[in-house]
Design a protein around this ligand. Structure first.
Ligand SMILES: [Zn+2]
Length: 432
């Protein structure tokens, strides 16, 4: 479909069904909901998650679509039954989606909104009978959050063929094997390789998501066009000093691990504030020993989380932090051991897809702005395989991963409309 077709008005009437989308968002939000807090708990591969997955597949079937489950437990919704992994020579796929699983006591929109909007777009296109160069496909990636089984991005990693990065026999926090939970969800650990999509089979991946931050609400813009998903470095630090009596140990000569850890917290904050070496820097966890009021701390474990959209800035910030740690060691008489737990590189959104999103928002008279994604998303993993882009809608109060997470219904509808229009532009093969 070229703009010529657009001018002929054939697509001007093509629209998602807003009521159907909002009804599904509300219905899915009842699954795993805590009546007391209003929070939603659908940890990946839990019983509630399975219910959510069943809901999605029922909705897809009722819509006349063909849902299937791949070996990794991802739900793939196509207009007609097809091979789950895609095969060379078939029509390229325009993949859209997100995840259905949540954190513990999370919100109703993170992930779920993107999946239901993708379903809405695939259903709208299927019902329209339009013949597109790319096949629109909706995907619900399994276990994105990693709340129960600590393998976040499990499903998208399998789709992208990053099996070497996944454990052989994953287990949850209670040492229960993923193998069994995956089987109950329709997957098969022994056939994980079959969930991988071949290179070239996916033309593009689009993910619609709530912003989970305050940028759009503050600016008043309706649509966010993600320029990049931030990279993340997580360091675990162990500060070692000497425990002692808080009343009898003179201040001179102390090796106070807590005082040293406090300096590490401030040095970390300073990286992003005064020094502006990375976008955000956080110490989110502090674990002192022995953690009693009248004892000087002998050791403190803490985590440092650094994020930026530029890999060189992340490397630079970490180098500066390590130098600051050396000087904290010297001034406090402590030793600080640093272990890198996670390093994920920033991932850029495809410029052509970004432009298509902006044009779609313009066509719908929706104001938009370019912004980074501070949170991780399945899109950053699928980027190994295909060009990706993300669309954000405003989050009320800029909050997420909490029961209060919400967005205005008109913004949810607007985001899905931008997804549909962008999908039309991409699926006709003129954007890429
Ligand atoms: Zn999410």
């Amino acid at each position: 479909m070229s703009d010529q077709v657009l001018e002929r008005g054939e697509q001007r009437t093509l629209d998602i069904d807003p009521d159907r989308l909002l009804r599904r968002v509300a219905e899915l939000a009842r699954i795993g909901a805590d009546p007391m807090t209003g929070g939603i708990t659908r940890e990946g591969f839990s019983a509630a998650d399975r219910q959510g997955r069943t809901y999605l597949m029922d909705q897809a079937r009722t819509a006349g679509l063909a849902p299937s489950v791949d070996a990794a437990g991802n739900i793939v919704v196509r207009a007609c039954p097809g091979s789950v992994g895609g095969e060379a020579g078939e029509r390229q796929v325009l993949m859209m989606g997100s995840h259905l699983d949540t954190v513990v006591n999370g919100g109703r929109l993170d992930g779920a909104y993107g999946v239901l909007a993708a379903l809405e777009v695939v259903q709208t296109l299927a019902d329209s009978g339009l013949d597109t160069a790319c096949e629109p496909v909706a995907v619900a990636f399994a276990n994105e959050e990693g709340a129960l089984f600590p393998q976040p991005f499990w499903g998208s990693m399998a789709v992208a063929g990053r099996l070497d990065a996944l454990p052989q026999e994953p287990a949850d926090h209670h040492n229960r094997p993923l193998r069994e939970a995956l089987r109950r969800a329709g997957g098969d650990l022994d056939a994980l390789g079959s969930a991988c999509w071949p290179a070239g089979s996916i033309a593009a991946y689009l993910e619609l998501h709530v912003e989970q931050g305050p940028v759009l609400e503050r600016s008043g813009n309706r649509i966010g066009v993600v320029e990049a998903i931030t990279g993340r470095t997580v360091l675990t630090l162990e500060v070692r000093g000497s425990a002692g009596h808080s009343g009898t140990s003179p201040m001179a000569g102390r090796r106070d691990a807590m005082a040293a850890a406090a300096r590490v917290v401030l040095a970390t904050e300073n990286l992003a504030t005064e020094r502006r070496l990375c976008r955000v820097a956080t110490v989110g966890r502090l674990d002192p020993h022995p953690n009693t009021p009248n004892t000087i701390a002998g050791a403190v474990r803490l985590t440092v989380d650094l994020r930026d959209t530029d890999v060189w800035r992340m490397t630079g910030a970490e180098q500066v932090l390590r130098r600051m740690l050396r000087s904290i060691e010297l001034s406090t008489g402590t030793e600080i051991e640093v272990v890198a737990e996670t390093r994920s590189d920033p991932v850029s959104a495809d410029l052509r897809l970004r432009t298509a999103i902006e044009q779609s928002a313009d066509a719908l008279d929706l104001t938009h702005e370019v912004l980074p994604s501070g949170a991780g998303h399945d899109a950053q993993v699928v980027a190994d395989l295909a060009p990706i882009a993300m669309i954000f809608v405003p989050s009320l109060g800029g909050i997420s991963h909490v029961p209060e997470e919400d967005s205005r219904p008109e913004d949810l509808v607007a985001g899905a409309r931008v997804l549909l229009r962008t999908a039309l532009r991409v699926a006709d093969g003129t954007v890429l």
